[in-house]
Design a protein around this ligand. Structure first.
Ligand code: NAP
Length: 259
C-alpha cells in the first residue's frame, strides 16, 4: 500500500535505536526524507548510513539531547520546517512514590511533556500554512493504565496527552493531525535494561524475566520496532487525515480494558 507521502520531510527524535528507529525506517520505506536525532553521535551516524543505503532517501543527523533547551534550539536552527514530526526521548527512571522530589518531576516534565510541546509549537505554524502536517508523539501504555514503578512517566506523559487532546482539535481544520502512539512492551534496549534490573533484584535469569512478562501479554511476546514503525507510518500517511487526537495502544492486548 502506497502511503502517499513520498518526498515529504520528517524529523524523528530519539531515532538511532528502538521505537524511534522503527518509525524512521518505516517512513524511509515510503520515500520520506529524514532528519534523525539521538545523543550518541556514533550510533546515530551508523543508523543514518544504514537507512540511506537501504531506502535511498536523504538522511540528515542532529546529535543532541532533545530534552534540553539547547538541544531543541539546535534542532530548530538546523531544520526550519518539516512535514512530519515524530517526538520521542528516553523515559524517566523507575522507582516508587516516596523516591521522587520536585527536581525529579521537573526533569520528567522537561523530557516527556515540554520537549514534545516545544517542537510541536515550533513546527505547527508552517504545517498549518501548507495545509498538511502529521505529528506523532511516542508516549506509553502508562497513559491508559498506570505502571506503579513509573510514576514520573505516568504523570508527565498524561500531561502531554491532555495538551494534545486540546491542540489536535485546534489544528485539524488546517490539515494537520496530531496523535499519540502508546507502546506496551517492545523488544528494545530500554526493555532489556529494565528486564536486567528485574533479573538482579529478583535473582532470576533473563529468560525467566522475559517468559514471565510475556505471560502478561495476550499475544505472548514482546512487540517489535518494525510493527511499531508501521503504525507510525500509517498515522503519517495521506489515509490518516481523519484520525485526530487519538491515543493508540500498541501493546499486544496487555491493557485489559473495553475501550
Ligand atoms: P531505546 O531503545 O533506549 O531507544 C531510545 C532512542 O532515543 C535511542 O536512539 C536514544 O539514543 C534516543 N534518546 C534517548 N534519550 C534521548 C534524548 N534525551 N535526546 C535525544 N535522543 C534520545 O528506547 P525505546 O524502547 O525505543 O523507548 C522509546 C520511548 O518509548 C521511551 O520514552 C520509552 O520510555 C517509551 N516506551 C518504551 C516501551 C518499550 O517497551 N520499549 C514501552 C513504553 C514506553 P541516545 O541514547 O544515543 O540518545
Amino acid at each position: 500500500m502506497d502511503m502517499g507521502i513520498y518526498g515529504k520531510i520528517a524529523l524523528v527524535c530519539g531515532s538511532s535505536k528502538g521505537l524511534g528507529r522503527g518509525c524512521a525506517e518505516a517512513l524511509a520505506a515510503e520515500g520520506v526524507n529524514l532528519v534523525i536525532n539521538a545523543r550518541t553521535t556514533l550510533e546515530l551516524e551508523k543508523t543514518a548510513k544504514i537507512i540511506r543505503e537501504t531506502y535511498a532517501v536523504e538522511v540528515k543527523t542532529i546529535a543532541c539531547d532533545v530534552t534540553t533547551i539547547e538541544g531543541q534550539s539546535e534542532i530548530l536552527n538546523t531544520i526550519g520546517k518539516v512535514d512530519i514530526l515524530v517526538t520521542n526521548a528516553g523515559g524517566p527512571p523507575p522507582g516508587t512514590w516516596q523516591d521522587w522530589g520536585r527536581e525529579d518531576f521537573l526533569s520528567a516534565l522537561e523530557a516527556n511533556m515540554l520537549a514534545p510541546i516545544t517542537l510541536m509549537k515550533a513546527y505547527l505554524p508552517s504545517m498549518m500554512d501548507q495545509k498538511w502536517g502529521r505529528i506523532v508523539n511516542i508516549t506509553s501504555q502508562s497513559v491508559k493504565a498506570p505502571l506503579a514503578n513509573l510514576g514520573l512517566s505516568n504523570a508527565a506523559r498524561t500531561g502531554l496527552t491532555g495538551y494534545v487532546a486540546g491542540t489536535a482539535r485546534q489544528v485539524a481544520p488546517e490539515g494537520v493531525t496530531i496523535n499519540n502512539l502508546l507502546p506496551g512492551v517492545h523488544d528494545t534496549d530500554r526493555i532489556v535494561s529494565i528486564d536486567k534490573s528485574v533479573m538482579k533484584i529478583e535473582g532470576i535469569s533473563m529468560d525467566e524475566v522475559k517468559a514471565r512478562r510475556e505471560l502478561s501479554i495476550p499475544v505472548g511476546r514482546y512487540g517489535t520496532r518494525d510493527e511499531f514503525g508501521a503504525a507510525c507510518a500509517f498515522l503519517c500517511s495521506q489515509y490518516a487525515g481523519f484520525i485526530v487526537g487519538q491515543n493508540i495502544l500498541l501493546d499486544g492486548g496487555a491493557v485489559n480494558s473495553t475501550i
